[in-house]
Write a protein that binds this ligand. Structure first.
Ligand code: NAD
Length: 504
């Protein structure tokens, strides 16, 4: 799988490559900057899903009983190995996803933070203990793993999003089957190899590649006890409903439309820097990207000018060119869909302040999936460019008459993943954090991705279920609590009592 010109990516089951697929189906892996097919990935059929889940189930009893010291030692070794191979992982991600290598290195670093959090598992799994809840009776609670957990992840963070899930699941004593995006599948296999090198027993971490067949196989498998999903809202809803109907614990993180409010007292240079960085980093293919700037009167025109100046200086080019700041989109179909919002936006009354179709590409565009940074001004909530999650380098600017007007716009939006406010007024910022119906809030910070020891997750149509990812919510998602009441009998104690136990 390392030959860049003809790589072939396959599954990882029970500690080794699991070649082929009974179904005989494969997907193509593209290099987005050239448009070339760079390799193929096997797609599982039901038999391979069964094999992966069976391997994970067989590995569970011993891993569940592995001491916390042993588990954390494996996690520490995995942390060192991922860190040592961060550059290689970043280049692999960039070649299949298109994002620039420095950005891919950033996602590996943010994923590593979750591994570091999980290294503290002996502390995180401490239960409670109450002595003498009744005469000579003690009560305590323990956190136990669930069994086989599955993770289904999107294309846009092929290392970080899986690392939101499996370090915590595995540290808690579960075994794991990952179904990464079929668009950029290599990073997950490399991570599986590093787990093996770190000493993780075979079968504790498995990877199956594929499409809906793979996902449905996991959702309907009776030995899968928990499902974590990250991806678009329609699929998140489907995963949540199907997995829940099948009796599984499920957390399904969906799409986003993140608004950045700029109040009249804000530092407009800071706000313009933030809007451009958060709108066009990773070509806007981030669930925490800013896709809508809400400019509160009268800052709109001045802010647009400052955004336009900065966009004109952005360098668009292949991810492995150190000069590139923004790469191509992930597939041709996605690029064309994103570009269609430029026409529909203008047809519906928006103003094309910057047209990304005209952006030069370092080294020339060739057949790559290019669309440069685009700014659509005077967007209104009834336009398709506002209503849909575009997931590309298109920054919409909506004008609002007041703070209250801006808040109404955000409240009416079905998504609630991330949001930000730019202001120098502490009272306004505090009011915003209190009132806004969004799961992650930035104050003069455009991409407020929580640290690993907090939890990541949106509200409304951006998350189905009640647990966010990583942090203590992750630990709770991957464990169940047992409450124990114990009495060590005094030899003289005893007697039948049919009354309901009360404390005395
Ligand atoms: P996607 O929903 O198309 O795919 C996600 C996963 O679901 C992939 O593994 C894919 O193979 C699988 N899948 C796709 N169609 C399926 C179907 N019909 N049935 C079963 N499984 C299916 O998402 P994507 O295009 O890979 O990623 C982009 C989306 O992910 C955006 O909407 C983005 O906002 C979202 N996202 C959200 C977060 C978050 O934390 N909320 C983080 C990253 C990405």
């Amino acid at each position: 799988m390392t030959d860049a010109t003809s790589k072939h990516v396959t599954h990882w089951i029970n500690g080794k490559s699991f070649d082929g697929g009974e179904a005989g189906r494969r997907g193509e892996i593209f290099e987005p900057s050239t448009g070339r097919v760079n390799g193929t990935v096997d797609f599982v059929g039901p038999a391979e899903v069964d094999a992966a889940v069976a391997a994970a189930k067989a590995a569970f009893p011993a891993w569940r009983d592995a001491s916390l010291t042993r588990r954390s030692k494996v996690l520490f070794r995995f942390r060192e190995l991922v860190d040592a191979h961060a550059g290689e992982l970043a280049r692999l991600i960039s070649s299949e996803h298109g994002k620039v290598v420095s950005d891919a290195a950033g996602e590996v670093a943010r994923g590593l933070e979750v591994v570091e959090f999980a290294c503290g598992i002996p502390h995180l799994l401490k239960g409670g203990f109450s002595e003498n809840v009744s005469s000579r009776v003690d009560a305590y609670s323990i956190l136990q793993p669930l069994g086989v957990a599955a993770g289904i992840t999107p294309f846009n963070f092929p290392a970080m999003v899986p690392m939101w899930m499996f370090p915590v699941a595995i540290a808690c004593g579960n075994t794991f089957v990952l179904k990464p995006s079929e668009k950029d599948p290599s990073a997950s296999v490399r991570l599986a190899e590093l787990w093996s090198e770190a000493g993780l027993p075979d079968g504790v971490f498995n990877v199956v590649h594929g499409d809906k067949v793979a996902v449905d196989g996991l959702l309907h498998h009776e030995d899968v006890k928990a499902v974590s999903f990250v991806g678009s809202t329609p699929i998140a809803r489907y995963i949540y409903e199907t997995a829940a109907r099948n009796g599984k614990r499920v957390q399904a993180l969906g799409g986003a439309k993140n608004h950045m409010v700029v109040l009249p007292d804000a530092d407009l240079d800071l706000a313009a820097d933030a809007a451009v960085s958060a709108g066009f980093g990773s070509a806007g293919e981030r669930c925490m990207a800013i896709s809508v700037v809400v400019a509160v009167d009268p800052v709109g025109d001045e802010l647009i000018d400052k955004v336009r100046e900065r966009v004109a200086r952005l360098k668009v080019g292949p991810g492995d060119n150190p000069e590139s700041e923004m790469g191509p989109l992930v597939t041709r179909a996605h690029r064309d869909k994103v570009a269609s919002y430029l026409d529909s936006g203008v047809a519906q009354g928006a103003v094309l302040a910057v047209d990304g179709r005209e952006t030069p590409v370092l080294g020339g565009p060739g057949d790559g999936f290019w669309l440069g940074p685009t700014v659509l001004d005077r967007v209104t909530p009834d336009m398709d460019a506002y209503r849909d999650e575009i997931f590309g380098p298109v920054l919409s600017v909506v004008r609002a008459a007041s703070y209250e007007d801006a808040m109404k716009i955000i409240d009416a939006n079905p998504y609630g993943n991330g949001t930000a406010i730019f202001t120098n007024d502490g009272g306004a910022a505090r009011r915003f954090q209190n009132e806004v119906e969004v799961g992650m809030v930035g104050i003069n910070v455009p991409i407020p991705v929580p640290m690993a020891y907090y939890s990541f997750g949106g509200w409304k149509a951006s998350l189905f279920g009640d647990s966010h990812a990583h942090g203590m919510e992750g630990v709770h998602f991957y464990t169940r609590t047992k409450a124990i009441t114990a009495r060590w009998l005094d030899p003289s104690h005893g007697g039948v009592n049919l009354g309901f136990p009360t404390n005395g």
